[in-house]
Design a protein around this ligand. Structure first.
Ligand code: FAD
Length: 527
């Protein structure tokens, strides 16, 4: 009898585990996904032919294994490179060329596009380059006096940095000066996390934006003028400065739908609308999971030899009912940030502030996304889905935007009724001068609970929860909420792959899995 691995969740972590188990063993993966589609937070939502990406997912990894894995699922479309030359991928003094023959026909739908990133900061109703460049345009936007003050404040911070550096605020001020921090970092970071930067640990800054300084930003601006245009790996580039990335033609979910299809072809099973609602165990060995069909409400018992869990640590711990009540209490209070995004379909946008020379005739800016740094609105970021991939939009003459809000489940934004929220969000964009509401053709709202596992509050005692989970011999918690880790897709995939290795080798030590993304420097950008 073949062994069964139940996989809870069909996001990047769960589906990677399923496919790797099928490729590398004869263990049968059975995936249960509570949602009606695969992809987790990396899914693509199809709203009347217009596709939404919940956040804007760049496909980029410093792991060669991940880059190749993605390529194997969806090859790069021909014509994405500047010439017929190979697409050169450099990393850690090695290089790899993707030959044009390996590329898929440009007309194919099952492809990755190579995208050039352009994202700017909208502040004082004007656009600033992001990453911030101390160039003529920034000086013009800020004015000579303000630039002088920024310089003074930067100099002061460099001469007398705060030590020891314990909070995120100190981290920013030490690197950028107080004035630049208040101008460009404070509001946005606090919008994202919902707590003052002074209450967030400096460790977070060290992990997320390690190494980024004004000097390096300037050095990058100069060196990027000479860089090979098809160097997509950019391994020595700071996360915040990455300029090229891969993107599935129909958004991130397309890749995960393709992976789910492969899993089923190879003999695995993927059950949508099925939520894991309970776990049975004998001492520290799991024996079965209870799964509820979200359509009918029926609950089934599924015996298993292994459980790969990508569900929130809070839920998993609740199902396991550990004897130590402290573990349950910590897991129950683990903090999360939630996320809402409004899809807005428009006929045109208004010319705003200093227009980019590549602004379309209908007013659409050329950015993939824009950070909104204005204190008089609550919107955090604006996605322009047309610029991620033209195929995200049903009618190329329309503009398809994502208005992103960071919030807390149950707060005033989260609890607002859908139509009111859409109206509120549209009014904010109108207030910024970017649109006229009469140009709106359609709109929708998506809520994403637990979008960000947060690193404050009870997280400080997470070690106790981890130690408890590690005691269960055939349990493998992986993924973003699965490990309460600020993972990007690649980290979730690497953890899943490591769990598969451990299952196959019968290893009991899970530290290798937990070590993934403990020190990595590349993450989705939110700050
Ligand atoms: C705004 C934003 C922007 C991002 N940008 C990027 C980016 O540019 N690049 C990048 O690589 N990554 C990015 N990410 C991160 C990326 O979305 C995640 O790393 C990735 O989706 C995590 O995959 P996962 O499988 O670990 O978890 P998830 O995607 O959260 O998947 C977990 C799955 O488990 C399911 N589930 C939960 N509970 C149960 C249950 N009880 N039973 C069954 N199923 C259950 C959920 O429905 C979900 O489908 C971004 C994230 C956000 C929020």
């Amino acid at each position: 009898m073949k062994k069964i691995a139940v996989i809870a969740g069909a996001g990047p972590a769960g589906l990677t585990a399923a496919l790797e188990l099928l490729r590398r063993s004869d263990i049968v993966p059975i995936v249960f996904e509570a949602d009606s589609q695969v992809g987790g937070i990396s899914k693509t939502i199809n709203y009347r032919g217009n596709r939404m990406d919940l956040g804007g997912h760049r496909f980029f990894s410093k792991s060669d294994w991940v880059m190749r894995w993605w390529q194997d699922i969806l090859p790069i479309a021909r014509g994405q490179m500047d010439s017929d030359a190979a697409l050169r991928i450099n990393y850690q003094r090695q290089s790899h060329d993707f030959l044009p023959e390996a590329a898929a026909p440009a007309t194919s739908d099952a492809v990755m596009l190579v995208r050039q990133r352009l994202s700017r900061i909208f502040y004082r109703r004007r656009f600033f380059d992001y990453p911030l460049k101390l160039n003529g345009s920034t000086l013009k936007n800020m004015g000579a006096m303000e630039t002088f003050r920024l310089g003074l404040s930067y100099g002061r911070a460099k001469l007398s940095p705060t030590s020891p550096e314990t909070t995120l605020e100190q981290f920013f001020v030490n690197r950028f000066g107080n004035r630049l921090y208040r101008t460009f970092f404070k509001d946005y970071t606090e919008k994202v996390w919902g707590v003052p930067c002074g209450a967030i640990s400096a460790e977070w800054g060290a992990q997320r934006i390690k190494g980024l300084s004004i000097t390096r930003a300037i050095a990058h601006a100069v060196s990027s003028s000479f860089r090979h245009p098809t160097d997509i790996f950019q391994r020595r580039t700071e996360t915040s400065l990455i300029e090229q990335f891969l993107y599935p033609k129909f958004g991130p979910g397309q890749l995960w739908e393709e992976v789910a299809r492969k899993v089923m072809v190879l003999g695995g099973r993927v059950h949508l609308d099925h939520r894991v609602v309970g776990i049975e165990r004998e001492s520290f060995r799991l024996t079965a999971v209870n799964v509820r069909d979200e359509q009918t409400g029926a609950v089934r018992r599924i015996p298993c030899d292994y459980l790969v869990s990508t569900i929130p640590v809070r839920d998993l711990t609740g199902f396991l009912q550990p004897a130590d009540s402290q573990v349950l209490e910590i897991a129950d209070k683990l903090p999360y940030r939630d996320f809402m995004t409004v899809g807005l379909l428009l006929r045109k946008m208004n010319p705003t502030g200093n227009q980019h020379r590549r602004t379309s005739s209908n007013g659409m800016p050329p950015d993939t996304w824009i950070y909104i740094q204005e204190p008089d609105v609550r919107i955090g970021r604006l996605q322009i889905f047309n610029n991620w991939s033209p195929a995200m939009v049903a009618d190329p003459d329309t503009i398809w935007l994502g208005l992103e809000y960071f919030c807390q489940e149950g707060d005033d934004l989260w609890s607002m009724e859908d139509a009111r929220f859409i109206d509120f969000a549209a009014a904010e964009l109108e207030k910024l001068g970017m649109i006229d509401r009469k140009d709106i053709l359609d709109a929708t709202l998506v809520r994403v609970p637990k979008a960000y596992p947060a690193y404050f509050g009870e997280y400080g005692r997470f070690g106790k929860v981890r130690a408890c989970l590690d005691q269960f011999s055939n349990l493998y918690p992986v993924g973003r909420n699965g490990m309460h880790r600020y993972n990007n897709q690649d980290h979730s995939m690497l953890a899943a792959n490591s769990a598969v290795g451990s299952i196959i080798n019968g290893g009991r030590d899970k530290s290798e899995i937990w070590n993934i993304n403990a020190e990595e420097t590349y993450h989705e950008e939110i700050g």
